[in-house]
Design a protein around this ligand. Sequence first.
Ligand code: PLP
Length: 417
Amino acid sequence: MTLSRRDLLALAATTPGLAWLPQMRPVQQQSLGAAAPPLPNSPGPDDEAEWQRIAREFLIEGVHLNTGTYGAMPMSVLEATARHLRAFERITRQEGVDRVALHTALEEFLGAWPGSVAVVRNTTEAMNIVAAGIGIAAGDEIVTTTHEHIGGMSCWELAAKRHGAVLKTFTPPLDPGHEDELTAAWLAEVTPRTRVWSISHVLFTTGLKQPVARLVQLARERGIVTVIDGAHPPGMLALDIRQIDADFYASSPHKWLLAPKGTGLLVTRPDRIASTWPLIASGEWDVADVRKFEHVGTGNDSLLAGLAAAVAFHQKIGREAIEARVRWLATRLDAALRATPGVRVVSPGSAAFRTAMVSCTVSGRTGPELQRELARDRFRTRVIAEHGLDYLRLSTHIYVLPQDLDRVVERLAALAR
Ligand SMILES: Cc1ncc(COP(=O)(O)O)c(C=O)c1O
């Protein structure tokens, strides 16, 4: 028996445990390859009909509030990846990936220098290339915060242990009123031995956006190398990497850029390329060119086909429009959570520092309990249990709709005790 959407909704209304069914979007009835109407261009942040149309590009069941871990691919990205994969297996008629076009598109999308973007596997790999490649020496001080992700932090622990360097961490102001509070906290850590500032552009714990361009400028004046863990911003914020001007910028387009899992980026300031060692040596390992960071033996080019499609998807809708929407959703969520008794928002109160991830606690409940309860209603969330924290983190990407947020806030209100 095939159930219609109406049947499913009726079933959901009468069957405990199936409350998530109404969240299924019609795209799930669409097959791979079905022609879809064109994507809206530059919709306004509250242009609901347009965003609903965009949300139908995804296969998501339930509500995906964990883009901070990984995003969902839209149909066009899934299709480009699958098309390449299928063609490749024909062996004699393999579909290539235009790497020059891919690099040009990425540079344009990120506002990066020509020839500065290496496509790697993820942020973790990009950060490791830098930590192993810049010649950390005994006594060098590497400074970062107590809110780093293991993917951006472990490489420095390894470098410190291996070379006798010193890893220094500090807790940044988590609810700053002005960016000077953040810059002052970084400057307070500087000594004559400071070699590296490893800065998360957006903290994975609370979504706090750090003033990276200003920090880079302050670091450069002091001869400090800047490495930005930018796992989140590409695809979430309309970036201009040249304006940030860091020595290195690492990212994971499988998060907010909605590219296939296993795609990463390392942007290297052109004057740093020649002096940075690759992590893995293969063909072209000794060239003064970012290709030396990309050669890791045989990989999966289908992911690159998907990455190119992900950039095109974002370009069609518009980077600025996406940033405005996801931040608008987060601000709406932030306000609703703050108005809910028993809920404490731990993300920044000021919109200047807020991005598209909002973290909170709920009285009388642990993070894992909240996550488990919300999962019953098909809300996918992230518990931040690192560094002794116990937060629930909610990411607001373009496939999340305001009514989804209303429902999650309602559930959290009911869970508070
Ligand atoms: C700030 C930050 N850095 C690094 C990583 C690691 O990303 P990946 O697993 O894609 O290397 C994450 C993942 O969530 C992150 O949030």
